[in-house]
Design a protein around this ligand. Sequence first.
Ligand code: CA
Ligand code: CA
Ligand code: CA
Ligand code: CA
Length: 310
Amino acid sequence: MEASTRRGRLARVLRRFLAWSAGIAGIAVLIAPSAAFAQSTTESGVNTGGSEQVPSGNYDYNGDGLADIVARRNSTGGLEIWPGNGSSGFGTHYTVGFGWNAMNLIETAGDLNSDGLADLIARETSTGRLYLYPGNGTGFAPFQSIGRGWEVMSQIVSGHDYSGDGKVDIIAVEAGTGTLWLYPGTGTGVTFAPRQNIGSSWNLTHELTAVGDTNEDGFADVVAVRNAAECMYFYAGPGSAKFSPGVLIDCGWDVLVGAAAVGDFTGDGHLDWVGKDPDSNFLILFHGDGTGSFDNSPVIDTGWNSMTIA
Ligand SMILES: [Ca+2]
Ligand SMILES: [Ca+2]
Ligand SMILES: [Ca+2]
Ligand SMILES: [Ca+2]
């Protein structure tokens, strides 16, 4: 690691610890950290509307209304659910299945099949086939095939409505061409309307993350890290209109990995995302501030180098 990079990393770690300390103080004065945001959705997971409400996505895999993290333990291939406690921490995690090392992509998919429960998608390494794992409220029902040919995609994300019809979609980057494809969901979880070309040169990014409507204008957004300077950018929806030009959020992703959407993990009504610092083995929360950026990035756990976050 070059000296300048190392200095940058140390500065970032220090900044995070300061933010973490501030975050703990902030949590102490919160009288009622609640799942009010999650409760703004109906049983079907469809947002009930209202001028102050934005689509939050569905990251609740254990049915308690709070956003969770799903991750593979790489040493065993076990898939684990880490239940969020609604205030940046976790309840007791549990294993819902094994054999997940056969997958080279695991992503949260929100409620892709429109039954009110959060789902998962995964790509099988040997076949390139993409599968839907429908959530059942504690784990996952038997998988269903979405289709073959997904090995040509370098990034595949889901969990939000990017076409504007209220149904969750898939977005994918074609490695060879750099095209960003929108696969409009139909509510079944396994069938999609004809794909739409919604961007180019997206193969110059990594860590594409379907964070949802982080700037709270009613349109789901994404973030991605541009390879050139390892900086993360915010791309405002609507995705069907090819997203707005990227707005710089944060640099330093040369020493961070594993960006993943987690919904509202802190319970303040703003959507968050996470990443990992492999050198220190930290799990870092990027605390969404409602503008498309984040206001602090506390360390919320350690030991996540061994995990692949969905
Ligand atoms: Ca939950
Ligand atoms: Ca579902
Ligand atoms: Ca849609
Ligand atoms: Ca938005």
